[in-house]
Design a protein around this ligand. Structure first.
Ligand code: UD1
Length: 348
């Protein structure tokens, strides 16, 4: 198949491109080469066209003969600074809207969309008395006192994490998350208007070779790795008991390939995860041990806006696409301890 891959110079799309090529697909790669991700005046890698997905004319030219669009281009980051909202809305939402309109015009009917676990907000929790609940917001007083676990909004008892499936409520907590959810909403509306199909892949915590080094946009695995390389101990926030699902980028690439090849109808959101939950403390310990570096330090610090646990349910991607992660977190994080990382770009 001929696949238009946006964000092709990025960490995840680089692996997606390899997986698609290896499966015999023809890849047309686009990237706008955002300075924040690639550095100021970074050259566009060979084989990739420098195109902003908000440029409808440029898209029309490259969409001819394309069977599927795999849309990985996005502005990423924590999205906790309100001033960044126009950037997220511009690159992510307007970008997706322009792309969808150009696809309709060019009669390209299938989209694989890179979405994110951030659409779920705080994750899922159960109270022993009240069942599934949206947890009460964590208060500064509790966090300052080292009380990190979320509580029930009705009885203030501690809640336990539960698996987040694709039908969980969607409650973005940041401008970045709002933009990822808006992308999904535009894509859903597009399926209804055009009869096209969209698979929205909700990535959980992605890591692996060529992940960008320690930048404001890096996930915690790259931050810990960079500390270890600098001879410093990984600094684990809260008590290290935060639970996430770390999924290896090669598995993320494979699920993109499966979604490109599967002719699913309508709008299908799917978790992309390993299915093996881990704590942040365990991630730090595994990395430090495998790297032969300093033992992690549990600092008790916290980042405002962080959520306590987000733990993905892998079942739907398994039943719909036959996707099961092949790299578990213990194996993958151990290998990541010495994997090559992408250099820090010179920033604007
Ligand atoms: C992800 C997104 C974030 C989004 C959030 C919402 C990324 C990089 N982060 O965050 O944009 O708002 O989902 O669910 O895509 N930690 C440490 N030490 C550090 C850095 C982080 O212990 O030096 C901890 C954090 O407190 C957090 C955990 O590591 O508990 C994971 O952090 P991170 O990698 O940023 O991912 P998410 O919190 O899952």
């Amino acid at each position: 198949m001929r696949v238009l891959l946006t964000g092709a110079a990025g960490f995840i799309a680089g692996h997606v491109s390899t997986a698609l090529h290896d499966a015999g697909h023809e890849v047309v790669g686009l990237d706008v080469m955002l300075p924040v991700a690639h550095g100021v005046d970074a050259p566009t890698p060979a084989g990739i066209e420098r195109v902003d997905v908000r440029d409808a004319d440029a898209l029309t030219a490259v969409l001819a003969g394309v069977d599927v669009v795999c849309h990985q281009a996005a502005m990423v980051g924590a999205g906790v600074d309100a001033a960044d909202a126009p950037l997220f809305a511009g690159h992510n939402d307007l970008g997706t809207a322009v792309l969808l309109a150009a696809m309709a015009e060019a009669r390209v009917r299938r989209l694989v969309l890179a979405s994110s676990m951030v659409v779920y907000g705080s994750g899922r929790y159960t109270c022993p008395t009240h069942g599934t609940v949206e947890p009460a917001p964590r208060t500064t007083a509790d966090l300052d006192a080292g009380v990190f676990d979320s509580t029930c909004p009705h009885c203030e008892r501690r809640v336990e994490w539960a698996l987040v499936d694709e039908d969980a409520p969607l409650r973005p907590r940041s401008t970045y998350a709002a933009s990822k959810l808006a992308q999904e909403h535009y894509a859903l509306a597009w399926t209804l208007a055009t009869g096209g199909s969209v698979t929205a892949l909700r990535y959980h915590n992605v890591y692996g070779e060529h992940m960008p080094r320690d930048t404001p946009y890096s996930g915690v695995a790259a931050i810990f790795r960079s500390s270890l390389e600098a001879g410093q101990a990984p600094r684990v926030f809260e008590d290290g008991g935060q639970v996430r699902d770390f999924v290896h980028v090669r598995d993320v690439a494979r699920v993109n390939r499966l979604a490109v090849e599967a002719a699913l109808g309508g709008f299908t959101p799917l978790n992309v995860c390993s299915g093996v939950p881990v704590t942040i403390g365990a991630v730090a310990a595994t990395l430090a041990r495998a790297h032969g570096g300093a033992e992690p330090v549990v600092t008790g610090q916290y980042r405002s806006g962080d959520v306590r646990h987000v733990v993905a349910d892998p079942a739907r991607a398994a039943s719909v696409l036959g996707f099961r992660a092949s790299v578990g977190p213990e194996e993958g994080i151990t290998a990541f301890a010495d994997a090559p990382l992408r250099a820090v770009p010179a920033r604007a």
